[in-house]
Write a protein that binds this ligand. Structure first.
Ligand SMILES: [Fe+2]
Length: 378
């Protein structure tokens, strides 16, 4: 083993103290401080960190090299926090059934099937009526039971996120309804792209890339024939990959002519896609997805991006954060006046031991605690 690698090894013995700080691979985050008592639980956590090491992100969506392992401790803690959910399991099932009914009709359309929005409309109404209007709700907690089709799942998650974001931004319920429906059907054109192209793990050939890009126009053409569809859904299908800096598609769409809800839909679509697992890359964390979106801010309408960030937060609710004190907390509320200084529930003390009582600190009002990093797992 090369000398410099050998130097980074730390001898970890149960019952003894850590001989020095253990940092993340890039050295930016202290994972565990020198002097911490080594317990079997700590070793388990350390091995989680090693497995879950995220590659450094550069500009754009660089592909992570390995898949993150699940973190039991993180999920257990999130479960115990009992956050309010955007949707109930029952509403989610209604949305899945509505999506199956509508997309099934689209698939069968050429063979004389019927494209019918009725079941999806009922499900959207149920969704909108039950959507909380406060922003203190995590946009995603765990990887929920996935529909077998990514396209269905992505559509449902986009519909849910659209309802939550627009409700929180005080849009009229009718607009929330139309917006959620538009986001549910925005990728209808994808149904015509073969799965081996959509899920290809490798660079796309030019014709494959053209097929994927064509889903916007195809979606518009298909949806145009659906009785009773709202015009916003047509614009969403056509415009959700149109970007302010001209980097999107299709070329003939003028970004500035699109309505504000399509601009907002473009942000939601990208964010949702980043936080979902794909065959060619694992899901990004909510925080990393937000960083990618913010790094690519030239793509988005500034007002749409600002509204989205105000609702979801720079550190989205349920993000585990490392504090300068050595403690670890989980974001439970965002402060509109200081998006970098959220309210945090402390979960681990500076020695890595779980706090037994509930301590919530508002970083906006705290002098001594600041966030120094984000923890994918604990
Ligand atoms: Fe799309």
């Amino acid at each position: 083993m090369p000398e410099e690698k050998k130097d980074k090894r730390v001898k970890v013995v149960v019952g003894e103290e850590l001989p020095r700080d253990i940092t993340s691979m890039d050295g930016s985050v202290v994972l565990c401080r020198k002097g911490t008592l080594v317990t079997p639980e700590l070793i388990e956590r350390l091995s989680n960190w090693i497995v879950e090491e995220e590659p450094r992100l550069t500009d754009g969506e660089e592909r992570p090299k390995r898949k993150a392992a699940p973190s039991r401790m993180r999920d257990d803690m999130l479960r115990r926090l009992e956050f309010e959910q955007i949707v109930s399991e029952k509403t989610r099932e209604s949305l899945e059934k509505g999506a199956e009914s509508f997309f099934g009709g689209v698939t069968k359309d050429k063979k004389g099937g019927r494209m019918d929005l009725a079941e999806l409309e009922d499900a959207i109404q149920e969704l909108v009526q039950g959507t909380p209007d406060n922003p203190d709700v995590p946009v995603k907690l765990f990887e929920l039971k996935k529909h077998s089709s990514y396209m269905y799942q992505h559509s449902i998650e986009c519909g849910i996120l659209a309802s939550f974001v627009s409700t929180t931004l005080n849009y009229h319920p009718m607009e929330v309804n139309n917006f959620s429906m538009s986001m549910m059907v925005h990728d209808t054109g994808i149904l015509e792209v073969p799965l081996e192209v959509l899920d290809k793990d490798g660079p796309l050939a030019d014709d494959e890339w053209q097929r994927i890009k064509g889903h916007t126009r195809r979606g518009f053409e298909v949806l145009k024939r659906v009785p009773g569809i709202d015009p916003l859904a047509l614009l969403m299908a056509m415009g959700h990959h149109a970007y302010a800096d001209g980097s999107g598609y299709p070329q003939e769409v003028d970004f500035n002519e699109l309505p504000p809800l399509v601009h907002l839909g473009a942000v939601i679509n990208h964010f949702e896609a980043l936080t979902s697992e794909r065959p060619y890359r694992p899901a990004y964390s909510l925080y990393d997805a937000m960083r990618i979106i913010l790094r690519q801010r030239e793509k988005y309408h500034p007002a749409a991006l600002e509204n989205f960030v105000r609702v979801v937060g720079i550190y989205p609710i349920s993000t585990f954060v490392q504090l300068n004190t050595g403690e670890v907390g989980v974001v439970v509320r965002n402060n509109q006046d200081g998006l970098f200084l959220p309210e945090v529930k402390l979960v681990l003390d500076q020695t890595g031991k779980p706090y037994q009582k509930e301590i919530i600190v508002n970083l906006l009002e705290e002098q001594d605690r600041v966030i120094t990093g984000v923890r994918e797992s604990i």
